[in-house]
Design a protein around this ligand. Structure first.
Ligand code: ZN
Ligand code: ZN
Length: 298
C-alpha cells in the first residue's frame, strides 16, 4: 500500500479576533495522488477537512467546505491548481472532476456553486437518492458501490445516522477510509441512532474484510487532553488531537454507541463525544448548560 504522510501542523486559529494571516485553505499531500485540504478555522469555526483523490481518468473531491464565497474561500482555484499540477505529471485530455460529499450538511456542501460551470465536472446531488443513483448503489443503505477513478477503485459505503445521505469512502490503493462526520475526533452528533449504530457495524465489518490503514474524518474538535473538546464555535484550537484514527477507534465508537443508545444527551469518551440527540443548536444549548453546571454547580 502507498506510504501516507500525516506529518502536518494544522493552523490552530487565533485567540483574538484580529485578522488572520493564514491562507484560507491549508493543503497537505499525504501521498502524490492524495491531498488533504482544510478550510481555515479563521474563516469558519467548523474548519472542515476536504479530500482530493487523483486517479488516471478522473479526480474525486470529497466535500466543498462551509463557505460559498470564492473570494473568502477560493476552493475552485485551489482545486484547479492542484489538478493542473497533477496533469503536468500525468498528461491527459478531458480529465474529469467528480464533486461528491461525505454528507449534505452546510459545512460540507457550501462551495458546490464554485464548480457548476467547470468543464468535465459532475457535482453529485445531496439526497440519499441522488447519491445512490450517482454511484449505482442498489439498496440504500444496505448496498455499496465501487467507483473507478482510473487505476484507483473507491468503495462508496452508505453510513446514515449523522445525516441521511452520509457515505464513507474507502480507497483500496492507500487503505484510507474517509468517514466524514460519522467518525472523527470530536462531537459525533447522531440524528438517527439506530441508523448510526448500523452504520458503525457496517464500517467495522468492512474493516475486518479489507485492509484499512487509517480512518480520516471531516473535523477535529477534541484536544490532545483526553475527554476534552474545544467549545462549539471556538476559532482557537491550540492543541488539537491528531486527525488520523484507526480501525480500533471504529470499534470503540461502535461499542460506546451501544452503551448510550437509550440515553439522550452528551456522552464523553477519551477521544470523541457522542451526542445522542437531534441537532447541533440543541447540543450547543446543552453544552452551555453543562458548562454552567460545572462552574456554578447548577
Ligand atoms: Zn455534519
Ligand atoms: Zn461537519
Amino acid at each position: 500500500m502507498t506510504d501516507l504522510d500525516f506529518d502536518v501542523r494544522w493552523y490552530p486559529g487565533m485567540r483574538s479576533r484580529r485578522r488572520s494571516a493564514a491562507p484560507p485553505i491549508q493543503v497537505h499531500r499525504a501521498a502524490p495522488n492524495t491531498v488533504l485540504l482544510r478550510q481555515s478555522i479563521a474563516d469558519n469555526f467548523e474548519a472542515p477537512f476536504l479530500y482530493l483523490l487523483f486517479g488516471e481518468e478522473r479526480a474525486l473531491l470529497l466535500d466543498t467546505g462551509a463557505t460559498a464565497d470564492a473570494t473568502r474561500f477560493p476552493l475552485r482555484a485551489t482545486v484547479d491548481t492542484l489538478i493542473e499540477e497533477w496533469l503536468q505529471g500525468h498528461p491527459r485530455d478531458g480529465y474529469e472532476l467528480i464533486v461528491a460529499h461525505s454528507h449534505a450538511h452546510g459545512d460540507h456542501v457550501a462551495g458546490d456553486g464554485q464548480f457548476t460551470d467547470r468543464a468535465h465536472t459532475r457535482v453529485v446531488g445531496h439526497s440519499a437518492g441522488d447519491v445512490a443513483a450517482f454511484f449505482g448503489i442498489g439498496s440504500w443503505p444496505r448496498g455499496a458501490a465501487r467507483f473507478d477513478l482510473g487505476g484507483r477503485v473507491l468503495e462508496v459505503i452508505p453510513t446514515p445516522g449523522h445525516h441521511p445521505s452520509a457515505v464513507a469512502i474507502y480507497d483500496e490503493g492507500t487503505g484510507i477510509l474517509l468517514t466524514g462526520d460519522t467518525v472523527y475526533p470530536g462531537r459525533l452528533y447522531v440524528q438517527d441512532f439506530p441508523a448510526f449504530q448500523e452504520s458503525l457495524r457496517t464500517l467495522c465489518d468492512f474493516s475486518a474484510a479489507h485492509p484499512v490503514a487509517v480512518v480520516l474524518g471531516a473535523h477535529i474538535e477534541m484536544s490532545t487532553r483526553p475527554f476534552r473538546d474545544f467549545p462549539l464555535g471556538s476559532t482557537w484550537h491550540p492543541d488539537e488531537a491528531p486527525l488520523p484514527l484507526t480501525v480500533r477507534d471504529l470499534h470503540t465508537v461502535r461499542d460506546a454507541a451501544a452503551r448510550v443508545a437509550d440515553r439522550p444527551g452528551a456522552h464523553r469518551f477519551a477521544n470523541f463525544i457522542i451526542w445522542n440527540g437531534p441537532c447541533r443548536r440543541e447540543a450547543a444549548a446543552q453544552s452551555a448548560r453543562l458548562l454552567l453546571f460545572r462552574v456554578f454547580g447548577r
